[in-house]
Design a protein around this ligand. Structure first.
Ligand code: G4P
Length: 312
């Protein structure tokens, strides 16, 4: 899965969403509980209007439980939004809801009434690898073929009748990650949502290590049996690289190999339950992205004005 995002894809996807919206009763957006901001559809809030929306924080087994709760209360401040922290991992059955809790929440949000003489139609969406298919299969009780994960592929919308008064609509191309924000790009790569070829392992590992050294140092000291917290990510990789035998000829650190080990251990939960972002980080980054956008727009406008004056 190579993701290549162009403004054209975003435009097409948002146009598609606007077209479908009047025919759906509610939206189900699957988020990665480790990155609820970076895995959300950045345009949904604007397009959704007051359509009810369930934000499912999936893979909660891998996320920091306290931060997941905090994210849930933050997200639910938005009108018409309810959240559900779920996991598809059997071993975590006692900590979080299973996907089966979703239909009940759908029914609660759209009670039977004058507007409900038909099944609830729920549009389900989520970035690649977030666990959308796993959830759909769990709810349907059978394996449903995946819709296209690539943006703008022309595959057909799937209509999955759950047989309990709820129909899921799974529409291909209905996804676009939040990559305008560089931090989100690194976090999406850290969790495996962006394919490895798109970003260098070493860069992703450095980003991840810098964050974990600040926010979860005890997880690192415990996992890698460190006597003290390393000063920075370079020292960290040097120490754990040696411990793991990631050494090349000439006694040099094999940064690629240790980076890959480290990122893999984060992704599969070996480092413990970790969340990579908070609502506060999100607010700060949105301000930064808006500033960059304004600078870009001003530059574009200046170029346009220069071209115009040359023509005169
Ligand atoms: P998608 O349709 O959104 O692209 O995602 P999909 O359901 O295919 O799931 C992507 C990967 O995420 C799968 O792992 C799946 O097992 C894993 N996954 C889904 N839900 C959860 C969850 O709640 N917790 C955890 N820890 N993992 C989850 P995979 O390695 O690609 O495949 P496999 O291990 O299932 O063979």
């Amino acid at each position: 899965m190579q993701i290549q995002w162009y403004p054209g894809h975003m435009y097409k996807a948002s146009k598609e969403l606007k077209k479908i919206l009047p025919n759906v009763d509610l939206l189900i957006e699957i988020l990665d509980a480790r990155i609820p901001f970076s895995s959300e559809n950045p345009m949904l809030a604007d397009i959704r209007g007051d359509k009810p929306c369930i934000k499912v924080l999936n893979k909660s087994d891998l996320a920091d439980p306290e931060t997941t709760k905090y994210w849930q209360s933050f997200l639910e401040k938005d009108k018409g939004v309810k959240t559900l922290a779920v996991t598809n991992q059997k071993t975590h059955a006692h900590h979080f809801s299973k996907a089966q809790a979703l239909p009940d929440l759908c029914r609660k949000m759209i009670p039977i009434g004058k507007n409900r003489d038909r099944a609830i139609h729920a549009l389900i969406m989520g970035i690649p690898n977030v666990g959308k298919s796993t959830i759909i299969n769990t709810l349907a009780g059978r394996t449903i073929a995946k819709t296209g994960n690539e943006p703008a592929v022309t595959k057909h919308q799937q209509r999955i009748d759950l047989g309990n008064g709820i129909v899921l609509l799974d529409t291909p191309g209905m996804l676009w990650p939040n990559i305008e924000n560089q931090n989100s790009g690194y976090r999406l790569a850290s969790t495996g949502a962006i394919k490895d070829t798109a970003l260098e392992y070493e860069d992703v590992a450095s980003y991840l290590a810098e964050y974990l050294l600040k926010k979860y140092p005890e997880r690192l000291t415990e996992r890698y049996q460190l006597d003290e917290i390393p000063r920075d990510e370079y020292e960290f990789f040097n120490i754990i690289g040696k411990k793991r035998g990631c050494i090349r000829a000439g006694n040099h650190l094999d940064l690629y190999r240790i980076s890959k080990i480290f990122v893999t251990e984060f992704r599969d939960g070996t480092l413990g339950e970790i969340t990579l972002e908070t609502p506060e980080m999100m607010k700060k980054e949105i301000v930064e992205v808006n500033k960059i956008r304004e600078i870009k727009a001003a530059k574009k406008e200046a170029r346009r004005a220069r071209r115009k004056s040359k023509k005169k």
